[in-house]
Write a protein that binds this ligand. Sequence first.
Ligand SMILES: [Zn+2]
Length: 199
Amino acid sequence: MTPAFEKLQKLLKELPGLGHRSSERIALNLLVEKPKRLGALVEALQEAAKSVRSCTRCGNLSEADLCAICLDERRDAALVCVVENVPDLVALERSGAFRGCYHVLQGKLSPMHGIGPGELNLASLISRARDGAIREVILALSNDVEGEATCHFLTERLAAEGPAVKVTRIGFGIPSGGGVLFADPVTLRSALDGRRTYS
Ligand SMILES: [Zn+2]
């Protein structure tokens, strides 16, 4: 194959869920079988790269200052579900079980990987809590050591920030070490219903 093909395949292989065979199949399909599709894909990628950014309030993907969830007045803005990443938010939205708003941390505390509080998207959550705009924070972080440490940190941080915010954590019916992303909608719904006060 050509160097450009190899480069394309290598980049595709780095995407989640694609191995050697599938990345090869996609690269071949784009370059050989469906040349028309390639142009549209390049265009869509460029447009997404240019227009999609993070919501300034919650960190969800957005093309405006605030995302569609933050702008939706039918949702309870005082009930905030904290997730690690946008795919977790998408999984919870797909379950249809949550009508509050979100906050995306963009990671979890991990001293081993050099991720401290400074590397997480925290400022807007803390300032919303300080302003008394949050009634309850639901921690929907993974139930591993790092998720646990992040829950502790957030609970202490929120308690130190003025008006009392109730902090709960979703009940997990999924294996230890798992997170929101890999749970099915029914499990997510019962995890939200079964949330417990966290301290
Ligand atoms: Zn938002």
